[in-house]
Design a protein around this ligand. Sequence first.
Ligand code: ACM
Ligand code: ZN
Length: 540
Amino acid sequence: MLLLLPLAVFAKDQVIRIVPQPESIELVGGTFKAIGAGVNCDAAFDAASRMVAQDFAARMSLVTGKVSSFAVPFGITASVEAGKIKGFVFIRDTRLADEEYRIEIGRKSAVVRASGFAGLRYAVETIKQMLPEAIYGRNGAVNADWYLPCAVISDKPRFSYRGMHLDCARHFFSVDAVKRYLDVMAVYKLNRFHWHLSDDQGWRVEIKRYPELTLIGGYRSGTMIGRDFNSDDGIRYGGYYTQDQIREVVDYAARLGITVVPEIDLPGHMLAAMSAYPWLGCSGGPYEAWHKWGVADQVLCAGKESTYEFLENVLSEIADLFPGEYIHIGGDECPKTEWEDCPHCQAKIAELGLKDDDRFSAEQYLQCYVTARMQDFLAGKGKKIIGWDEILEGELAKGATVMSWRGVDGGKEAASHGFDAIMTPTSYCYFDYMQSKDTDKEPVGIGGFVPLEKIYGFEPLEGMPEGAGKHILGVQANLWTEYIATEEHLQYMLLPRLLALSEVQWCCPENKDFDGFRSKLVEHELKILDIMGYNYRRLD
Ligand code: ACM
Ligand code: ZN
């Protein structure tokens, strides 16, 4: 008997519920006893991949109280073909793409195929979601019988960039809180963590060359209260990550298959840096890390060479700390009022021969110069830049990637001109926006309205000009933290919307269905979040 049911697949009394929905699931009848089954891993995998299999065996043993042995036997493929290996078998199959995997569960063995680390990780996440929720806990299932339905699952993601952002500048979150954020991203197969590390209200990453960035710029002497822009609590607030802590987070993320994309937002959103080094600004200050939210008029002076020297020194250390290919250089919300009156900026504009035209001002072209110079500098370190969609205003050098936040038009424009783009429009992807219109019952927030259904319904390629879709690398949601001061509130804003995001990022449109998704949440996923200890918003 062969059953082909794309969204809810039943085996005996079992239903396969996986978020994000795999590309294909075929039930073939029968069950596989998972408890106590050994884990056999192909020696052809690298050490990091073997660790994924070994960690799975250890987790099975921990939660079931029955040992799942781990072995790396020789000639694994031949043994499987001869039917000689039982239990879980992880085989390296170089025909599969990086993030692709295949699971064939028979009565005696569950064979997983992947070409390397990423595919293997996703296969294990899929298997964990097929098991009882207790697999995510510490000790839940002693003496239970755990069976997997015999099935063939083939899967790979729709988009290669599946991001989640976190603003640690407006409010600071501990290394442990960041790790918990990464943990839940990993369950849902996200692979990029966009870490917003600097803003007007705080500088959060230790830079050895400029210690006062964190010692002074890491703290503000007060914060507005609630939504009252005329208030100030007068309480010193701040914190930062040492370089050792940054490396710890980067390594932790890598083990979860997540690459960290650091953001140093420039040339706007720089007041905290300017409070430490006032010569960075047009007027020379003094400046103070901001107490309130919004867009500050004071930005880096783009006329002085000392600003570029500073940025290059900072970005050098950032490039050394973060091994990923991308560095995000911000570029959003940079008012030009100070540049218009600054003799240094105006001299630079004259030197470069920049002129107003009918589309953009000379000052906007000056920002393009800043962007291009940083892009060029980072290219020398083997890095590519991402910038918010404002970097499209004027001229953009080839090779830059655009993050489309003011709607999707920036992404479409970028892609149609051959730039890679990542979709993160406010209307679907801003997880600081409210989850209900009944805002009295919600924690204080920035406003807006992005409920679960809304993010789920996002189709990133809708209306994409012909041939441009291939430049859309993927989708990301952003979590700005002006109004989010605690980890509990942070998780509440993240979850369960992250799960809807994961289906937008992973699934082809024909494999999506909101009602089916919602049932998976009710019947399985929210229990996973419970057992992992997350705070999430209850479904309406
Ligand atoms: C942004 O929300 N300012 C990128
Ligand atoms: Zn200036």
